[in-house]
Each structure stands twice: as C-alpha cells, then as structure tokens.
Design a protein around this ligand. Structure first.
Ligand SMILES: C[S@@+](CC[C@H](N)C(=O)[O-])C[C@H]1O[C@@H](n2cnc3c(N)ncnc32)[C@H](O)[C@@H]1O
Length: 362
C-alpha cells in the first residue's frame, strides 16, 4: 500500500480541511486569491515556462479529457477497491510513469488503468505534492496561470486534498492524513497482435457461436497473455532504480499490477475511454483497439517510427512524416476529430489530439 501523506497543522492543506465557522466541514475548497506578485505577468498560459516543461504537458491533456468526455463519479468504496464503480474506467495506454492516471485517480476520482511495459513510478509526483502541501505560499504562487512560475499540479492541490483525505484519521488532531492510491497497471505492449487477440475474443463473444469456440478463444487469450506480458525482473529493477528503489516499487505498486489474464481481459473489455499521450509505438494500436471495442478515445501522436511500421502507406506513399502519420490515422474512421492542446509544439512536444466521442460511434 502506498504511504499516506501526513499534513502538518498550519499548512495549506490543513487550512483546507479544518472546519468552517459554523462547525461544519467545508464542502468545496478553493484557494484564496493569490497575492499580487512581483513577477512579470505573461498574457497566456502557453507562454508560461513551466507549461513548456515536458512533465507538465500531460496536464493540458487531462484538462482536454475532462472537458470533452463525461466522467460520472464512482463511489469511493469502489474506487478504493480498484473497481470501476459507477464511474468510468480509462485505459491509459503507454502511460509511462503513470502521472496522468495518478492524477485522474486521486484528483478527479476517475479509475484509470495504465497499460505500458514499464513499471509506473509516482515517486517524483508524490514528492512534488508533498512539497506543495508543505509550502502554501509557493503553492499559491505556482497556481497562478500566466506567470512563469505556473505549475499545473499546484492548482490541483485543493481537489487532491478533498478527494484523498482520510476522514477517519486525524482531523481535529495534530495531523491530517491523505491517502492517495496508486492506479492499477498492466505490463503489456498494445500492438496489432494484442488487438487481433482481443478481436478473437470479442467476435466469439458477440456471435452466437458455441461455448467450445468461446473456450478456445479464452484459452488463446490466456496463452497470449502468458507469452506477451512483461514479467517482473527483479534484477532489471535493481539496475533501473537501485536496490532501495526496487524495494520501494515492489512494496508500493505490486498490489496494483494486473497479472491474471482474465482480469486483464475484463479491464480491456470494460474500458470506457482509451487514451494515449505521446504513446510512441502504441499510437495506431490505440485507435484500432478503440474502434474494435467501440469506445471513445483520445490520442496525441508523437513519433512516426517509419522503419518499425513500413506497411503504413497514404496515397501509395510510405508514411514517414508526422503530418502524414496524422492523416493516416485520421483515415481510419470518418468521424475522427482533431484539436490541439494549448502548449507550444516542437518536434518532441506534439500537440494534435485525435479523438472520438461516444456519439461518434452511433
Ligand atoms: C514518450 S513516453 C510517454 C509516457 C507518458 N504517456 C507521458 O506522457 O509521460 C512513451 C511511452 O510509451 C510506452 N510504449 C511504447 N510502445 C508501447 C506499446 N506498444 N504499448 C504500450 N506502451 C508503449 C513506453 O514504454 C513509454 O512509457
């Protein structure tokens, strides 16, 4: 289980959680108006230096998701048990360290499952959260959009506190306890083989074929999962994180890993939204998967990988450039929409979003 975050008396989070004058706990929490700062005001968030920073770009994607898709709130008990609840389940394909899923889960109460060969690692994010909780003035400063000091995470601290507070623990004492939870994750590549395997199961499931073909399809899935899943390799982890890091990851995240093939299958089949932010080689498979399962998706392509995907062609020409990749992907369905995220695009900070809403499948 991840460690709880303990909030000291007098910090910003403490003030957010303490009682209002009439003795009732506040329902909505908002940060007070930020102080006027000596820093030069910049007219638009696009120009904020922090908004350029690589690790902040995903926050723009989160805002797009919250604006564009419907997220009913799941019940808290189902969230804490890792279930989808009455809310929706997002598949965060190629989620990498899992920042987006951690924020969706702990700030927005959205159940998000990471699908990426790498083990998620939220240590840096949690460290930033702790810093912001311990430094209320700095949090106020960084919450202000349009300043060079803007940090998207700072603005989310009140919602994080609201969502993750442990009501049973510590309110009224010297400490407040926050219990953020780690999202579930599957260590598998999302590629054309996975999509084909899922197609077999989905097609058998939806046709009126015999139970023996259903059994065969499930058996093939189990075998595929067994062969394709990236197994834990303790030595590899020690190399990547050092011994202490490896222990930390093993103890904090392993409970969240989906290992059982049928649970994995269920996670794919019950997904309500598939997202991919700069998902490298998984880009095309995310769209194919969403079209197969007929679920909304949003993907922000980044690299083209022409050598790895020589079979991609547009108008008889091989897909080699970014714009060609976007066109190639758009051609997969006439209702695919496009928009752009509000940060400055560079070769490595691509900002075009391809997406489909639930109504586009009607
Ligand atoms: C550029 S990183 C982006 C990570 C994360 N979305 C973010 O914005 O921080 C690309 C990620 O894609 C993952 N990846 C590459 N190919 C993949 C595939 N076929 N299926 C799933 N993940 C994949 C890599 O492991 C890596 O974590």
């Amino acid at each position: 289980m991840p460690k709880p975050i303990v909030i000291r008396r007098g910090t910003i989070a403490w003030s957010l959680l303490t009682m209002s004058k009439n003795g009732r706990r506040r329902r909505r929490v908002t940060l007070s108006t930020p102080p006027v700062l000596a820093t030069t005001a910049i007219p638009h968030n696009e120009n904020s230096q922090r908004a350029y920073a690589k690790r902040f770009r995903v926050f723009a994607f989160r805002e797009f998701l919250l604006r564009s898709f419907f997220f009913p709130r799941p019940s808290s008990s189902l969230m804490s048990s890792g279930g989808a609840g009455a809310g929706i389940t997002v598949l965060d394909v190629a989620g990498g360290k899992g920042c987006l899923s951690w924020i969706l889960r702990n700030v927005d109460s959205v159940n998000s499952v990471i699908v990426d060969p790498v083990v998620p690692d939220h240590r840096r994010l949690v460290k930033s959260v702790n810093f912001l909780l311990d430094n209320p003035e700095e949090t106020r400063l960084r919450s202000t959009e349009g300043l060079s000091t803007h940090q998207p995470l700072a603005k989310l601290i009140p919602r994080l506190v609201e969502n993750c507070r442990d009501d049973g623990g510590g309110v009224g004492g010297d400490n407040l306890i926050l219990r953020p939870t780690s999202p579930s994750y599957m260590r598998i590549r999302v590629d054309s083989v996975l999509v084909d395997m899922l197609r077999e199961v989905v097609v058998v499931d939806s046709s009126s074929s015999s139970s023996s073909s259903e059994r065969d399809a499930l058996r093939s899935w189990d075998q595929y999962w067994h062969d394709a899943r990236i197994y834990d390799d303790a030595r590899q982890r020690v190399r990547a994180y050092g011994e202490v890091g490896a222990k930390y990851i093993a103890s904090d995240y392993d409970d969240c890993q989906i290992i059982d093939p049928r649970r994995a299958l269920e996670a794919f089949r019950s997904s309500d939204l598939i997202v991919g932010f700069h998902p490298d080689q998984a880009t095309e498979a995310i769209i194919d998967l969403a079209l197969l399962l007929k679920v909304p998706f949003a993907v922000v392509p980044c690299c083209v990988f022409p050598r790895e995907f020589p079979e991609r062609t547009m108008n008889g020409k091989r897909v080699r450039l970014y714009d060609e990749l976007v066109e190639y992907l758009r051609a997969k369905h006439e209702r695919i929409r496009t928009t752009t995220l509000p940060f400055v695009a560079t070769e490595f900070a691509r900002k075009v979003v391809l997406y489909m809403l639930a109504e586009d499948f009607a």
